[in-house]
Structure formats: structure tokens, C-alpha cells
Design a protein around this ligand. Structure first.
Ligand code: PLP
Length: 361
């Protein structure tokens, strides 16, 4: 029986050759590298259409650094609880207070009406997560930010290549954070990026570049100064080289994901499933089932890997007791991700649909 993975990077000769070139150069770290990190930043910035871009070594670092631009100490940041824990941790790293808000059950993204109800005098940032690659109601969130003078930082870890109102994700918020973890739409061994868009983009770009490498600035040959507290968040040259190869075929990979998602949407018979939207890049495809443990077991027995995205953050031991979110809690009990990636064949997709309809409805 053929096993089907939940996530599976789509790689070929281009990645192999790029890696080989970096290996042979022996310049593997960005500080002394052969310029792949900078090339990736420039090309990704152009692809997205943002003002500037800073590459880092993962999505968590991107969130940490992006939020560090806006002094959130003792301020509130609105976010969903249905996310990977880094979304919330990044607020605590910067001394802010996470305010978890419930999601819209149709998309599993933040519900703009509930966001507005949660805004207080201490709200500094709204941090939406484009769940599964689905940007949702960004116009409403942007107008809330304008009306209440709030910054928008987007967690676009799932949304590389997605768009909203025909503009690429990465183009809208003050800062937008991407993850290039191997399971993501643009896969690297490890990587992330922040794109910047507001009027302070140029200064913020410099601040981020200083903070991603230990606060170091004014390098001249082997001399340098340390002007800020920073971290070692540099992307390495191997990741950037793979990222460049992946960027060249990102549109093709995302259109495969979209095609599969459309077929799932049309043919899967469960009560609640991810909607179809041409602007979504379908990092994952979610459905909701009644008996999740049994469903996952049956799928596993038939060679199909499934996953849970996510157990809500506010129900984790470290964050417990912070909020009550009925929709998120219900979704957290029933949501399952099924395979959606460019390596799937039509036969794989048909088999997945058959089994989901047998065990999930
Ligand atoms: C929504 C979300 N935010 C942030 C991250 C963190 O990204 P990374 O794993 O690259 O640190 C992830 C990664 O899984 C994610 O899914």
C-alpha cells in the first residue's frame, strides 16, 4: 500500500544544483556568504511587492523581530488561539500581553467583529494568522487598525504566495512574517522573512538587520560596532539557495495545491470543511469530523497521514486560564488536516477523498 504523507516538499534538480554550488563555495554563513541571502531578500521582496524584506532563520524569529519594532511592553496584542505557539510566544518575548480572540468557523481566521469588541486603550497590534493560507477580511482588519491607530503585523507563516484583493500577502500589513519551514509552501531546511510596508520601512529594515545579527552595525572589513541588543537569527546560504529554487516554482506549486483543494471542496462530504478561494495558497486543507481519533486511526491504517492544526494555544498549560473561546475550543476538538501538496497524484487525491468520505462523514 502506497503511503501518503501529510506534507512533502516538492524538490528537484534545481535545489540539488543550488545546494552543491553553496557547498563548493565553502561560504555557508550569510555574514561571509556568496550573497544568496541577499538575492533571496531582493527576489522575495519583488515577488511580494513589499517595500523591503529581511530574511531570518525561521518564522518564530521573524515574529519575534517584527514585534520588537513596535514597543509592546505592557501593551495588548490581539491574535487567534488557533495557531502555532510561536504566534503567542513572540508577544511575550517582547513584553506584551496576548489577547486571544475567537475565529470565524467558516475560515478559522480571526473574526473582525470579535476583534473590534476586544480593542481597548492598551491595544497596540492586531496579529492575524492567515490560517491554512487563507487571508480573510483583511480590509476590515486594516480599517480597524486605521480607525483605532493600531499596527497590523501579519502571521503569514501559512500564506506564502497567497493574495488578498489581487495583492500578494506581504504587501498589506506594517510588517508581515513568513515561515519557510520544510512543510511550508516555500520550503527551506529552516528559514523565515519579514516584509515591511509602512512609511517607516527603511528605518525598520535597518533595525531588523541589526537585530538579526547580535546588534552588529557599521562593519568595515573586520571592524564593527554593537549598537543594539540582537540575536543570531541570520538565514544561512543553503536555505537561501533552496529558497531561490523554490521561489522560481512557487506559483506552479501553489496552483497544484489550489487545484487539489478545489477537488476536495467539491467532493468531500463532511459538514464543515475549508472553503474554496482562488486567493488562498492552501498550505493545508482542513476538515472537521465527529470522532477525530477514530478518523485519524482509520486513515493511518489505510496509509494516509493526517494532522491536527491546532490544539488551541489558550488551552496549553503555559497559557491556560487566559480566555474562553467557544468556537476555537470546538474546532480544536474536531479539526483535521488532510494531505495537500504538489507531490500528490490524481490517484492519491481520489483515494484520499474516498477514504475521507468513508470514515469522516
Ligand atoms: C502559524 C505559524 N506561525 C509561526 C510559525 C513558526 O514558524 P517556524 O517553525 O519557521 O519558526 C509556524 C510554523 O509552524 C506557524 O505555522
Amino acid at each position: 500500500m502506497k503511503k501518503i504523507k501529510l506534507f512533502d516538499p516538492f524538490i528537484g534538480r534545481d535545489e540539488e544544483n543550488s545546494l552543491h554550488r553553496v557547498l563548493k563555495s565553502k561560504f555557508w554563513a550569510s555574514g561571509a556568504g556568496i550573497g544568496k541571502v541577499q538575492e533571496f531578500e531582493e527576489k522575495f521582496n519583488k515577488y511580494v511587492g513589499s517595500d523591503s524584506c529581511v530574511a531570518v532563520n525561521n518564522g518564530t524569529a521573524a515574529l519575534h523581530l517584527a514585534l520588537s519594532l513596535f514597543d509592546i511592553r505592557n501593551k495588548e496584542v490581539i491574535l487567534p488561539s488557533l495557531s502555532f505557539v510561536s504566534t503567542a510566544h513572540s508577544i511575550l518575548y517582547n513584553g506584551g500581553k496576548p489577547i486571544f480572540v475567537d475565529v470565524d468557523p467558516k475560515t478559522l481566521c480571526l473574526d473582525p467583529e470579535l476583534i473590534e469588541k476586544s480593542i481597548t486603550k492598551r491595544t497596540k497590534i492586531i496579529l492575524p494568522v492567515h490560517f491554512g493560507g487563507m487571508p480573510y477580511e483583511l480590509n476590515k482588519i486594516i480599517s480597524l487598525c486605521t480607525r483605532y491607530d493600531i499596527v497590523m503585523v501579519e502571521d503569514a507563516a501559512h500564506a506564502t504566495g497567497a493574495s488578498y484583493k489581487n495583492k500578494k500577502i506581504g504587501r498589506h500589513g506594517d510588517a508581515v512574517c513568513f515561515s519557510f519551514h520544510p512543510v511550508k509552501n516555500l520550503a527551506m531546511p529552516t528559514g523565515g522573512a519579514i516584509t515591511l510596508n509602512n512609511k517607516h520601512s527603511k528605518n525598520n529594515n535597518l533595525t531588523l538587520k541589526i537585530r538579526r545579527w547580535c546588534g552588529i552595525a557599521n562593519r568595515k572589513g573586520s571592524k564593527y560596532d554593537v549598537v543594539d541588543l540582537g540575536w543570531n537569527y541570520y538565514m544561512n546560504e543553503f536555505s537561501a539557495a533552496i529558497g531561490l529554487a523554490q521561489l522560481r516554482k512557487l506559483e506552479m506549486m501553489n496552483s497544484k495545491r489550489r487545484k487539489i483543494a478545489k477537488t476536495y471542496y467539491e467532493e468531500i462530504e463532511v459538514k464543515s470543511k475549508m472553503p474554496f478561494n482562488k486567493e488562498c495558497c492552501y498550505h493545508l486543507y482542513w476538515i472537521r469530523v465527529k470522532n477525530r481519533d477514530l478518523f485519524m486511526k482509520k486513515m493511518q491504517e489505510n496509509g494516509i497521514e493526517t494532522g491536527i492544526h491546532y490544539f488551541p494555544i489558550h488551552q496549553m498549560k503555559f497559557y491556560k486560564g487566559t480566555s474562553k473561546l467557544p468556537i476555537t475550543e470546538e474546532v480544536g476538538r474536531s479539526v483535521v488536516s488532510i494531505p495537500n501538496h504538489p507531490n500528490l497524484t490524481e490517484e492519491d487525491v481520489d483515494r484520499i477523498i474516498l477514504l475521507v468520505n468513508r470514515f469522516g462523514s
